[in-house]
Design a protein around this ligand. Structure first.
Ligand SMILES: Cc1cc2nc3c(=O)[nH]c(=O)nc-3n(C[C@H](O)[C@H](O)[C@H](O)COP(=O)(O)OP(=O)(O)OC[C@H]3O[C@@H](n4cnc5c(N)ncnc54)[C@H](O)[C@@H]3O)c2cc1C
Length: 407
């Protein structure tokens, strides 16, 4: 098996690297810093990538894409992550656009895809409700046909980035009498519509990254229905898998592993860390004196994590290969999501343990890497819940991948 990139792919990688080092002033080995998640896109940065055609490399050219292999999109995303750039728009481009391509009308594709490819428009995802999460098909938000419009009433929760989004990709019930999987539809709702109210919710980091969104008598033209009335379930599931391999990428966390290795091995860094920790009134961040590297438990943990990152990389590229060949890859995508999100938690837990209480300083001048480690440690918790919990991923692997019967 050949894991080497082709010549055009290597050229793309160098071009992206050059752009990123100028734009961000960073390299693969610069220090980590706190990062918001991919579902809160940094619009200015996205626009710059969009200008270069790097947001939609694999989309068809007629919709503003580059017509290139899916793998090339991942080369760009990987380099952005390795340079510590803001994660790409995980909702609009990663979830909404592939579904629009598969299920949208020609008119919808022409209206939304070119703007998405340029990074000009953003979507939030209106799926989860207070009583409907993993079992999405039980959702209760109603969309009732009325003349040329649908009238929407209901309440969504955990809607990431709703306050900054142009549109909501909304799952609603259009036939309350049909079996639960059969009576839902997907609608595109402009967030500026009358009757839409966004209320921020606080997460573990005390940040307002997601929201509650209330829809009260919101009118949306029938032309905003995607994939046909009561066809919502087919629409929602048509691009599952793509989001799981694209949003939850292990390479987003690689910089922290390298930073921990540097911190552990460099005598100067180790002493400085120790000095700062002592000055901050903490005990030594690891047992004994000298470098954290001297501790065999630290060496072994870092070695183990490095091996796990290799596994994550191979899992991802296998899923990309299946996806590119048009083969079924949902179980593989579930493995990517499950492994990567749990690996991130293992990495940050190990980092916190290795650097001790010194590492828990989240802000202020004494914070190591501007608090990037505790920030990521707290932030990684939610990733095993969003886009399907770890338990749900394990179910998908068991049922679809291993062919085990439903219990
Ligand atoms: C950071 C973050 C961002 C999010 N962003 C969005 C967003 O933008 N838009 C949106 O619509 N939603 C969003 N969500 C919501 C997310 O999709 C749901 O939280 C998720 O689907 C789980 O639903 P729930 O929270 O209702 O938990 P529940 O479904 O109530 O699950 C509770 C527990 O039961 C377990 N469980 C449930 N069903 C099964 C099963 N069949 N087998 C085994 N165990 C099971 C779960 O694993 C979990 O441990 C986000 C969530 C997070 C954490």
């Amino acid at each position: 098996m050949n894991f080497r990139l082709s010549e055009p792919q290597e050229r793309l990688r160098s071009e992206v690297c050059e752009f990123l080092s100028q734009e961000l002033g960073t390299s693969h080995t610069s220090e980590p810093r706190p990062m918001p998640p991919g579902y809160l896109p940094a619009r200015d940065f996205e626009l710059k990538l969009g200008e270069r055609g790097w947001l939609a490399l694999s989309w068809p050219e007629e919709y503003g894409g580059g017509g290139r292999p899916v793998a090339e999109q991942f080369i760009v995303e990987e380099e952005v992550a390795l340079h510590g750039g803001p994660a790409s728009d995980a909702i609009a481009r990663v979830i909404v656009a592939p579904i629009l391509m598969a299920k949208g009308s020609e008119e919808q594709k022409r209206r939304y895809l070119p703007g998405l490819a340029r990074g000009e428009i953003t979507f939030c995802l209106g799926y989860t409700e207070p009583e409907s999460g993993s079992d999405l098909a039980s959702l209760q938000t109603r969309a009732v046909a009325d003349g040329d419009d649908y009238v929407i009433n209901g309440r969504k929760v955990y809607t990431s980035g709703a306050e900054e989004s142009d549109y909501c990709w909304l799952a609603a019930r259009t036939d309350p009498d049909a079996p639960k999987h059969a009576g839902t539809s997907v609608l595109i709702v402009p967030m500026k519509s009358a009757g839409v109210e966004v209320r921020p919710l606080l997460n573990l980091l005390d940040e307002e990254w997601f929201n509650e969104v209330i829809f009260e008598d919101v009118r949306v033209p029938r032309g905003e229905l995607v994939g046909g009335e009561n066809k919502g379930w087919e629409v929602l599931t048509s691009a599952l898998g793509v989001e799981r391999i694209t949003i939850y990428r292990a390479f987003v966390h690689m910089r922290m592993l390298w930073a921990l290795v540097r911190q552990a091995r460099e005598e100067r860094g180790g002493r400085r860390a120790l000095r700062q920790a002592l000055r901050a009134g903490h005990r030594s961040p690891h047992s004994g004196q000298g470098r954290p590297w001297d501790d065999p438990a630290v060496r072994q943990r870092l070695g183990e994590l490095a091996a796990e990152f290799e596994v994550a990389r191979l899992l991802l590229w296998r899923a990309i290969g299946l996806h590119e060949r048009g083969e079924e890859f949902r179980a593989q995508a579930a493995m990517v999501k499950l492994f990567n999100t749990e690996l991130a938690q293992r990495l940050y837990t190990a980092g916190m343990g290795m650097l001790g209480s010194y590492a828990t300083v989240l802000g202020g001048e004494r914070a190591l890497w501007q608090g990037a480690l505790p920030h990521a440690y707290l932030s990684a918790v939610q990733d095993t819940i969003g886009a399907g919990t770890s338990e749900v991923q394990r179910e998908i692997i068991a049922l679809r991948g291993l062919g085990l019967p439903r219990g």
